[in-house]
Design a binder for this molecule. Sequence first.
Ligand code: PLP
Length: 358
Amino acid sequence: MKVHNFSAGPSILPDFTVEKTAEAIKNFAGTGLSVMEVSHRSKEFVAVMDEAIALFKELLNIPEGYSVLFVGGGASTQFCMIPYNLMGKKAAYLNTGAWANKAQKEANLFGEVVEVASSKEAVYNYIPKGYEIPADADYFHITTNNTIYGTEIKEDMDINVPLVADMSSDIFSRPVDVSKYALIYGGAQKNLAPAGVTFVIVKDEILGKVDRQIPTMLDYRTHIKGESMFNTPPVVPVFAALQTLKWIKEQGGVAAMQKMNEEKAAVLYNEIDRNPMFKGTVVNEEDRSLMNICFIMADEYKELEKEFFTFATERGMSGIKGHRSVGGFRASTYNALPKASVQALVDCMKEFEALHVK
Ligand code: PLP
């Protein structure tokens, strides 16, 4: 049976990434050694790192004056690195989900945090709008895609203070105007690579403005100077990231990714809206994520939730259980998920409907 991987992360990667990484685990760049076994300072691995950074910049059209870093620690370590490096006295946060909330919580350790708006009271089922950002904030932090709740900010904002974004779960899913951001970061384990590497895009000129001492490993300047080799980088995830970047380029770049993602999401959201057994959890259509599509059983079919889960699992749908805080279902439709997998889920929903709706 074909398994369709809808996991939220770690999640599906292109076959190309998996195959090339598997080859390199056996024999890396003709060295006769595994990529797990070679020095990160070998010319073969340095070439991988250089190409990954160059392609990262090329695909996102990153302007001059920005550095791209591959570091460890997950997106969660960035929650403290950001205020450590950027917060003088005050920072503003938009609370759109559990991850946004965690980022905000860390910032409290460094100064005054202004929560400009929150959708917590509604289990984060919308993106707040119409808030004010204090002009004296050192930066404004957003989470562009809220993996757990299936909401997404799809536009690059024009704002009055430096903009910082967690793009863990939507990086490379659409073109981004990087010039509007001071810093973009994320764990790689959705659209890029296996877990273990974290990407950071940082505008060089925003660094070095705070008075506090910063531990060496938590100072972005260390990793800029060390070209992401200050300490041993996670070599296998970086190798895999390069393969995914090559695959994205081959497919036509981030604009092609966006087109595919919009098409896939439309197929599934249309079915959720059409099928009387299901309903979406996100209240406003414009907030609906193209990466994590959350839905629950309609009220009159609530008791069939477990049954649908089993029904879908038996037909090869993997990882569709919603996060425990939302319940229901979540289909993650990252870049590498083929359209055929979305169609298979939709077929499953229709089949289930035929069994239960008279
Ligand atoms: N931010 C978002 C939006 C996420 O989805 C996740 C993980 O799923 C994280 C942050 C945390 O990432 P990490 O596990 O790499 O620390």
